[in-house]
Design a protein around this ligand. Structure first.
Ligand code: PAF
Length: 284
């Protein structure tokens, strides 16, 4: 497999993308923080199906981490990540150093309302401003025609869609289904923090969410079922549950029976925070 070209500067990224566009080629982007796994690979494959060229950014974005979070510990494995890009056939890796993205004196931020309210924001108030800021920069730098984001980070996907709609950013946002292991655990770079015992508990998360979503679809009792799900997660071994919430699949406002829904959760295993979400089916 040919190795991807590598751009470390915005100037080099723009030069490559401009050359593609001069040839009439369409460009897909997959923004990542590296530590790539099968979930990311599926996003890249989708981008390559939809566009002639694919650029993947690998940048652990400091502005979406609070000082108490795992920025320093976040897995970094550039050589391995570049091998993944080569396997899939990605054309360009954008791997900027932090000073390229946030040079001395950087003083702006992008803040999105609507779907960023509640859920993650209740526990990580800094998070979506950091994501929106870096995604806006990446879109302005690379000017892709489309970008692929995983449904695993469902609220992030909704926020990025809102961002592009509100700011007239001409990038088509494509949501890709979550990739799971054989036991239903959603692929996540943070799974690397878990030992065997932790993985066994983590694998309960999706199962419990699916049972809860089916129950909500059947009886319409989102409040009762999410309270029960919280208890079940704790009994399964999750030490803390930040939220289990039934939301409208498009707006992320409270779910109403009869509407397309999404059940979202975040829970802790030791120092590892896991998130997942499932569809609330229209009928059980
Ligand atoms: O989902 C992620 O990995 C990050 O939030 C993103 C979109 C790459 C922005 O840093």
């Amino acid at each position: 497999m040919p190795q991807p070209a590598i751009a470390e500067t915005v100037t080099d990224l723009r030069a490559t993308v401009r050359a593609w566009k001069r040839e009439g080629l369409s460009v897909g982007m997959v923004p990542t923080m590296g530590a790539l796994h099968d979930g990311h690979m599926s996003l890249m494959k989708l981008a390559l199906e939809k566009a002639d060229r694919c650029v993947v950014s690998i940048f652990v974005n400091p502005t979406q981490f609070a000082p108490t979070e795992d920025l320093d510990k976040y897995p970094r494995q550039l050589a391995k990540d570049l091998a993944c890009l080569a396997d899939v056939g990605v054309h360009l890796a954008f791997t900027p150093p932090a000073a390229e993205m946030y040079p001395a004196g950087f003083a702006s931020k992008v803040s999105v309302g609507g779907p960023s309210a509640g859920l993650e924001t209740d526990f990580r108030p800094h998070f979506f401003d950091g994501v929106a800021t870096v995604v806006t920069k990446l879109f302005l730098q690379a000017a892709p025609d489309l970008a692929v984001f995983g449904e695993k980070d469902y609220q992030q996907l909704c926020v990025v869609r809102q961002l592009c709609r509100d700011l007239d950013i001409p990038v088509e946002i494509i949501g890709a289904p979550t990739v799971r292991d054989a036991h239903g655990l959603a692929m996540s770079s943070r799974n690397a923090y878990l030992d065997e015992a932790g993985l066994a508990v983590a694998r309960q998360l999706n199962k419990i969410l699916r049972g809860t979503a089916a129950a909500i679809a059947k009886n319409g009792d989102a409040d009762g079922e999410t309270v029960r799900a919280r208890r079940t997660l704790q009994q399964a071994g999750f030490e803390g549950v930040d939220y289990v919430a039934a939301r409208d699949a498009l707006t992320l406002k409270e779910w109403q029976p009869g509407r397309e829904g999404r059940l979202l959760a975040a829970a802790w295993l030791g120092k590892t925070r896991l998130i997942d979400n499932v569809e609330i089916p229209a009928e059980a």
